[in-house]
Design a binder for this molecule. Structure first.
Ligand SMILES: [Zn+2]
Length: 439
């Protein structure tokens, strides 16, 4: 199975991807909220708190936007679930200090929601070996040789209180970049890709590549799809930051991420095809699930550029689908987020880890379908901005009649939407007509 070589995510229209991505992600956010409320779980979208008094104007503006969107999502959910069910709110995450964590709460195994004190000082609850690893990650907070410390740097790890068998914690697990292959290529019976709808890669002659052509280079010399900062290939490097021998802003961003901030690229093959980024918490969840129900996945913020003590929306969807919901969620950007498609740093046998990946990815794929259908139903012509009406019809058509595990469409188009980078809060606001600014 090859990539889907169309100009749009849902259509062949090169003018469409931004609106399509907005509508797909907004549907996922609204659909997830509805599903959570149906399950009796309150939904909170968080931003970072501020100690400043009076609060900075920028913070107040953002807070107002988040509150307004949460209110609107709550109203839509109430229409679907019932009038007493309005439980979507904006909030603030636990204040971020060095060593504070996000926790994947494995409620199925009786794990309880951590308190704010547990979030600030997880070491109180860790196994002795887990506490040693946690301290090491904290001590190397600014060390790019140990872990990724750039923008959006969260390091995953797994505490392992098991007393027999494998008793080691796992980590550090930093966000890493991966090549997203054409699913099913050379597939075997245990491939993680079986039954997945192919991922999207715009055709060679599409205008969508224009911004990705390297400055002063031949039009075939382009930045690969999904790479963060790739649309800035036509600009000069920013001389306020290290240039690192690059000739354009996109390559500069990549070089800083890799050379100065320590992100591992598992795709040294370069710029071909589609790239994605797997966050530390997601890597930790596969490991925790593999090690057994006593184990807990964590994520710590590291470096100086990460201040939100909350999971991105894509991590939240995956964590909810796999029954490890996060302590807190934000609506920032999950740029080119991907689950793992292959075992990465296997600690046991890769074959067993592949089975875990297949199993958890299958749950994620099914949940993506559930939330997109639910969001699509709620985000109808009465509540969305006019320019999204076409996207709604096209999403409905693309999803088809019912979920089919032999053709997992929803998960692929959700991941495709995340390759068109934007803040998730901005997408929801645009779709709901709360912001009139152009996409
Ligand atoms: Zn994330």
């Amino acid at each position: 199975m090859a990539y889907r070589r169309t100009n749009g995510i849902l259509t062949n229209d090169a003018a469409a991807p931004e609106a399509e991505a907005d509508y797909i992600v907004a549907s996922a956010i609204v659909g997830h909220s509805i599903q959570q409320i149906k399950a009796g779980v309150d939904v909170q979208f968080s931003m970072e708190p501020t100690d400043e008094d009076p609060k900075p104007e920028k913070w107040e503006t953002e807070w107002g936007k988040l509150q307004q969107a949460a209110q609107k999502i709550g109203e839509l959910a109430a229409k679907e679930v019932g009038p007493d069910s309005h439980r979507v709110k904006a909030g603030t995450a636990v204040d971020h200090g060095v060593g504070a964590v996000i926790v994947g709460i494995y409620g199925l195994a009786g794990h309880e929601k951590p308190t704010a004190a547990d979030i600030r000082h997880p070491d109180n609850n860790l196994s002795p070996k887990g506490a040693v690893l946690y301290d090491k990650i904290k001590q190397h907070d600014r060390d790019p040789d140990y872990q990724y410390i750039g923008r959006g740097a969260y390091t995953g790890f797994v505490d392992n209180p098991n007393t027999v068998g494998d008793t080691d914690p796992v980590g550090p697990l930093s966000s890493a970049r991966f090549h997203v292959s054409d699913l099913g290529h050379g597939g075997t019976s245990d491939t993680a890709f079986e039954g997945w709808y192919p991922r999207w890669l715009p055709p060679e002659n599409s205008n969508l590549w224009d911004a990705r052509v390297r400055r002063d280079q031949d039009q075939h010399d382009r930045i690969g799809w999904g790479i963060i900062g790739g649309n800035l290939a036509g600009l000069a490097p920013d001389d306020q930051e290290p240039v690192l021998g690059t000739s354009n802003r996109a390559d500069q961003i990549t070089a800083i991420m890799h050379d100065e901030q320590g992100m591992v690229f598992n795709d040294e093959s370069g710029d071909r095809d589609v790239k994605g980024y797997t966050h530390g918490m997601i890597q930790a969840i596969y490991k925790a699930y593999h090690l057994g129900p006593a184990c807990t996945p964590y994520e710590i913020t590291v470096g100086r550029q990460t201040t939100k003590l909350a999971s991105c929306f894509a991590c939240t969807l995956f964590m909810t689908a796999t029954a490890y919901p996060p302590t807190s969620t934000h609506l920032g950007s999950a740029e080119s987020w991907v689950p793992l498609y292959e075992p990465y740093k296997p600690s046991g046998t890769p074959h067993k880890e592949r089975i875990v990946i297949n199993d958890l990815n299958a749950r994620f794929a099914e949940y993506c379908d559930t939330v997109l259908r639910s969001g699509l139903k709620a985000l109808d012509g009465d509540v969305i901005a006019d320019r999204y009406n076409g996207c709604r019809a096209n999403l409905r058509h693309t999803l088809g009649e019912a979920y089919d595990p032999e053709n997992r469409v929803a998960v692929s188009i959700f991941l495709d939407a995340l390759t068109v980078h934007s803040k998730e809060l901005s997408r929801v606001r645009r779709v709901l007509g709360l912001d009139q600014d152009h996409i």
